[in-house]
Ligand binder design. Structure first.
Ligand SMILES: *Cc1c(COP(=O)(O)O)cnc(C)c1O
Length: 415
């Protein structure tokens, strides 16, 4: 069985040679870009130094934020260990950029599950949601071909709409992820017809997968998690918001206090993991994309539906695979978990995860708890039992883990 799996992998790798080479070109371009930004800011050991108290003139923090702004080609950025997660960064942004009476318009269908509580949609609306604060929400689906429906967007805009949001990654939906350039027609439309309306992209899982980012195509604000792509597998926590000076300022006021914003916030650890993580990110992301490509090809060869397929260009690091049966989904996640460096002995079972409406089965044997730039996999327990796999600090580990997961599925009689 092991030889059979190894043969399958070698066959898949041969077919993926060009796709791997293309991704390595992106890695080199983005690494060069980050290196140039580090040189511009003359990063040195003093930037790693911890601070205490209010954290005025924290050079490590301030320089990191300038680096983020340069990498995203924006006027400003907020990058803090104090931002608890991607959801936390998105929540700060949505609250920071809206006022009572405003409406938010989502143009990529319903947003990621964990945002429902912030906005106030779904089964339960927690106290303190945007809805409770008097901020409304409208939503437009993507067109059947996966592009943004500009006509429907125009029809859904109201005089109270002040913030348009889009999600680059598929999240837990079976739809294509959006390339950074896919936001350009919408940004153009908004800037031309609706001046003053801000356009935010949830960039989670998308950073460094392509040569550019949504802010290169007119997005006013990009938001993401540092235990995903831009943390490079090294940053232990945090989130970022990159955008225009005014919008970043407003978000920073939510984080600390109006009037204080980015001026305060010390960190008594050291900043090296964020610098090093960002420097590593293009490489780590490339390893993750190659692991995703391999998974796509392997399961296609077994007759399963994948999104994106192994032949498609990638816009994020997520690989969706329709497993078709609950047994396959669970065995796959268990296989990935048992091939993880951390918690290999844990046996994932479906559970009710806070913030998600369906039961979820999840494999995450990661150094940084819950980091999905590290090899991880989850799937909601609903038809057609789709596994969403992402990450991989090294391709070598991704390859070993996929082989072991396949073997486990065979032993479980699920294949
Ligand atoms: C992961 C993710 C989030 C939320 O990030 P957390 O760090 O899990 O809170 C939001 N949107 C998208 C598209 C994501 O992939």
């Amino acid at each position: 069985m092991k030889e059979q799996t190894e043969r399958m992998i070698q066959y898949a790798e041969a077919a993926l040679k060009d796709a791997y080479a293309e991704q390595e070109i992106v890695e080199e371009k983005r690494t060069r870009q980050i290196l140039d930004v580090f040189r511009k800011h003359q990063v040195s050991y003093r930037h790693f130094s911890p601070t205490t108290g209010y954290g005025y003139d924290d050079v490590g923090r301030d320089t990191l934020e300038k680096i983020y702004a340069d990498v995203f080609h924006t006027e400003a950025a907020l990058m803090r260990p104090h931002i608890a997660s991607g959801t936390s960064a998105l929540s700060l942004t949505l609250f920071g950029l809206t006022r009572p009476g405003d409406r938010i318009l989502s143009v990529t269908g319903l947003p990621y599950d964990t945002l429902w509580g912030i906005i106030g949609i779904g089964k339960e609306t927690p106290p303190g949601s945007l809805k409770e604060m008097g901020v409304g929400f409208d939503c437009v689906d993507l067109k059947k071909d996966g592009t943004i429906d500009l006509e429907a967007v125009e029809a859904a805009m109201t005089p109270r709409t002040t913030l348009v949001i889009a999600q680059r990654s598929r999240g837990y939906a079976w739809r294509p992820s959006l390339m950074p350039e896919a936001f350009e027609p919408l940004s153009d439309l908004l800037h031309r017809r609706y001046p003053g309306v801000l356009f935010m992209v949830d960039n989670c899982y998308g950073e460094f997968v392509r040569e550019k980012e949504p802010t290169d195509f007119g997005a006013d604000v990009c938001v993401g998690s540092l235990i995903k792509n831009p943390g490079g597998g090294i940053a232990p926590t945090g989130g970022y918001i990159a955008g225009s000076r005014e919008s970043v300022e407003r978000v920073a006021w939510r984080l600390t206090a109006p009037g204080l914003g980015r001026e305060i916030g010390s960190y008594a650890g050291d900043y090296r993991p964020w610098y090093q993580g960002l420097f590593m990110a293009p490489h780590t992301v490339c390893q993750a994309v190659k692991t995703a490509l391999l998974a796509a090809r392997l399961f296609e060869d077994l007759g399963m539906k994948t999104s994106p397929s192994s032949a498609e260009r990638r816009a994020d690091i997520i690989q969706a695979i329709q497993m078709g049966t609950p047994e396959r989904l669970v065995a796959f996640c268990q296989g990935i978990q048992s091939a993880s460096p951390i918690d290999s002995m844990a046996l994932p079972e479906p559970w009710d995860m806070p913030g998600y409406d369906d039961r979820v089965v999840m494999a995450a044997g990661t150094f940084v708890a819950g980091a999905s730039i590290e090899l991880s996999c989850d799937g909601p327990m609903r038809e057609p039992y789709t596994a969403y796999m992402q990450g991989g600090l090294t391709y070598t580990h991704g390859r070993i883990a996929l082989a072991e997961a396949l073997n486990r599925m065979i032993i479980a009689g699920a294949l």
